[in-house]
Design a protein around this ligand. Structure first.
Ligand SMILES: Cc1cc2nc3c(=O)[nH]c(=O)nc-3n(C[C@H](O)[C@H](O)[C@H](O)COP(=O)(O)O)c2cc1C
Length: 324
């Protein structure tokens, strides 16, 4: 399938695997790229720029297809070494960067100078327009359903995507709640040029995470996510577990007085324990409502082939018949 996104990124299928902390390692990124979509290594999961350089090099040994790196600009006091990470990306010859979080404007000239295509992930039309103005090549529009940080506007994709289509000139992909061929066709109908998936890619054979995480996603329904850190205006959609219940109890008790320090044991540094060790109650971890649509653990190749086959069937059979 050819869309403005496949053309822009030089990929076969209009599907992107979004950056995911402690999930987006070389194995997953390479598997997604080898299947004809776009795999993305999560930059900040690598603790230093040198480690990111090594991860990029490792990914090159696993695929000769294009892949990207996610750079999440966090609202932290002690900022990571972003110039170092960008140097690792440039020197590693990576030509696609998915930015997220804060405005990537300060880093745009350097990335553009090196011919890097920038896809900024954002949760509102105004941020998407800002990304367009500062020279991003595409945006990933993340609806309220999404795993991770949905922002504070709570606009679901049935509204957000057509609104983005009304305003944007650059191409965009639909992110949040995307799982299968139905998602892809719906996203295309709403004006997107493809889809970005997070949670769905965790429940794949190649995702380098503990089996407990994959099983928990398959077992979860669309009712099993919770929004945490809302009082801090840093909302995150996570899978419910004992730590999340504890965290929400603290939020209820402390109300507007809640500070980050109050919930640090539930959110800080918990990803390795969950993703590597499979300790499913270690803390809060991102997960989308789309868990309700995830019922198996296929290989990445099977997943992508299935999405594309279902999309073609829907377009050529169901929709064509309805329009006849
Ligand atoms: C476990 C997990 C970790 C994530 N970590 C990041 C991250 O570090 N940076 C980022 O930009 N997005 C992150 N995301 C968001 C995804 O890239 C993607 O935008 C989101 O999962 C899309 O929604 P979906 O889960 O409904 O597909 C994460 C998502 C999940 C599920």
């Amino acid at each position: 399938m050819k869309t403005r996104i496949t053309e822009l990124l030089g990929i076969q299928h209009p599907i992107i695997q979004g950056g995911m902390h402690y999930v987006g390692f070389a194995e997953l990124a390479a598997a997604v790229s080898n299947a004809g979509a776009l795999g993305i290594i999560t930059g900040l999961t690598q603790r230093t720029p040198d480690l990111l350089a090594a991860e990029i090099a490792r990914c090159r040994t696993l695929t000769d297809k294009p892949f990207g790196v996610n750079l999440t600009f966090l609202p932290t006091v002690n900022a990571p070494d972003y110039p170092g990470y960008i140097r690792a990306i440039i020197e590693g010859g990576v030509k696609i960067v998915e930015t997220a979080g804060n405005n990537p404007a300060p880093w745009m000239p350097l990335m553009k100078e090196h011919g890097i295509k920038v896809i900024h992930k954002c949760t509102s039309v105004r941020h998407a327009l800002k990304a367009e103005r500062i020279g991003c090549d595409a945006v990933s529009v993340d609806g309220f359903e999404c795993g991770g940080h949905p922002g504070e506007d709570d606009v679901p994709n049935f509204i957000l995507l057509p609104r983005a289509a009304e305003e944007l000139t650059i191409p965009f992909v639909a992110s949040g709640g995307m799982a299968d061929g139905r998602s892809l066709v719906a996203a295309l109908a709403l004006g997107a040029e493809g889809i970005n998936m997070g949670t769905r890619f965790i429940a794949t054979r190649e995702a380098p995470v503990h089996e407990n995480v994959k099983r928990a996603i398959v077992a979860a329904s669309e009712l099993d996510t919770r929004l945490v850190m809302r009082p801090l205006r840093n909302t995150e959609r996570v899978l419910k577990n004992a730590a999340v219940e504890r965290l929400l109890e603290k939020e209820r008790e402390l109300g507007a007085n809640l500070r980050f320090e109050d919930i640090i044991t539930e959110v800080a540094g918990v990803y390795p324990r969950i993703m590597r060790e499979g300790d499913m109650d270690a803390g809060a971890f991102s997960c989308g409502m789309v868990a309700g649509l995830i019922h198996d653990i296929p290989s990445v190749q099977e997943l992508i082939e299935r999405i594309m086959a279902e999309a073609h069937r829907l377009i050529h059979e169901r929709l064509a018949a309805l329009a006849a």
